[in-house]
Design a protein around this ligand. Structure first.
Ligand code: SF4
Length: 310
């Protein structure tokens, strides 16, 4: 790839998409949400205003130039520095690629603007649309994705339903798991319940294997992610790219454990799974919480939570 391209990147090799040429349609971190796990860092410009953030003609000119210089890729993917559906002409880019090449197209979106019929119509031009769903209601949406104040979870899901009923291509869904916010099996079941109503062709689970926007966001271990994948129908695939043999783990300290049990009463075994540490290590941190800790027995298992006075 020549240095002179401003809007194209790659092509990058991808396990699922072969060689994929990226097209970046918005300035760095221009997005309708400010996800805690965003690998682009804290939000630059949180907006729901749709416009031609970068000139359409310039993007098409680069694509033409890239193809003329023998550029080859299996897919053209609209992704990059922010939310591509904020660009009011993203559908024209998809149409142009189909009319001028044999490459297939992919749209990676955070789902937030699918309540707009024009966004759904343009998205339906893509061969694959991958949307995000990492929450199950407005409160969890606000914690995990930190959307623009005018965005509402129910409206977004309704938009996705509409899209599913209209769209003929392949709908993929990515669920990003964040310990302490949406990693507990009860929470994941709620996400899976919403996901199943959208009948995605594929569901992919991810976690923060690269440094995210917020330092408190950590990765869940691969074997825990694998267990969560069974809660989805179709069963989710784990796409977080842990190095072979590498076992991701959360920092195990009082702060981490407090945060986890403040949200959900948990057993030592569950905490060991979520954090990727041994039960003995978890128990020793729990012991340090002393009088802040509350225990209760349920179905023969001992659950820990924080006392109300904390
Ligand atoms: S939708 Fe993507 S680009 Fe936008 S904040 Fe979330 S992770 Fe970052």
């Amino acid at each position: 790839m020549s240095e002179s391209y401003k809007y194209l990147f790659g092509p990058v090799p991808s396990r699922r998409l072969g060689r994929s040429l990226g097209v970046d349609l918005v300035p760095f971190k221009t997005c309708s949400t400010n996800c805690v796990f965003c690998q682009l860092g804290p939000v630059g410009h949180c907006t729901i205003i749709r416009r031609d953030y970068v000139p359409l003609m310039e993007v098409l000119k680069e694509l033409r130039q890239w193809m003329a210089s023998d550029g080859k890729a299996d897919y053209v993917t609209l992704s990059g520095s922010g939310e591509p559906t904020l660009h009011s002409s993203f559908g024209k880019v998809l149409r142009w690629v189909h009319q001028n090449s044999s490459m297939k197209t992919v749209l990676l979106s955070n789902s937030s603007l699918f309540h707009l019929s024009e966004v759904r119509q343009d998205a339906s031009e893509a061969d694959i649309v991958k949307v995000s769903l990492s929450a199950w209601d407005q409160a969890s949406f606000e914690k995990v994705n930190r959307p623009h104040p005018d965005l509402h979870f129910e409206q977004m899901v309704e938009g996705l339903h509409q899209f599913r009923s209209e769209y003929k291509g392949s709908l993929w869904m990515e669920v990003f798991i964040v310990p302490g916010l949406n990693a507990h099996p009860d929470e994941v079941r709620k996400i899976a319940a919403v996901a199943s109503t959208l009948r995605p062709d594929r569901i992919q689970l991810n976690t923060a294997v690269r440094p995210p926007a917020e330092s408190f966001v950590q990765a869940v271990p691969p074997d825990y992610l694998q267990k969560l994948s069974l809660l989805f129908a179709p069963q989710a695939e784990v796409i977080a790219s842990f190095k072979p043999g590498e076992k991701a783990s959360m920092i195990l300290n009082e702060k981490t454990v407090r945060r986890l049990i403040a949200l959900h009463p948990s057993t030592v075994e569950q905490l060991a799974h979520i954090t990727g540490h041994s039960e003995a290590a978890v128990q020793s941190v729990l012991d340090q919480l002393g009088s802040h800790l509350m225990k209760s027995e349920h179905n023969g298992a001992l659950y820990y939570t924080l006392s109300a006075s904390v």
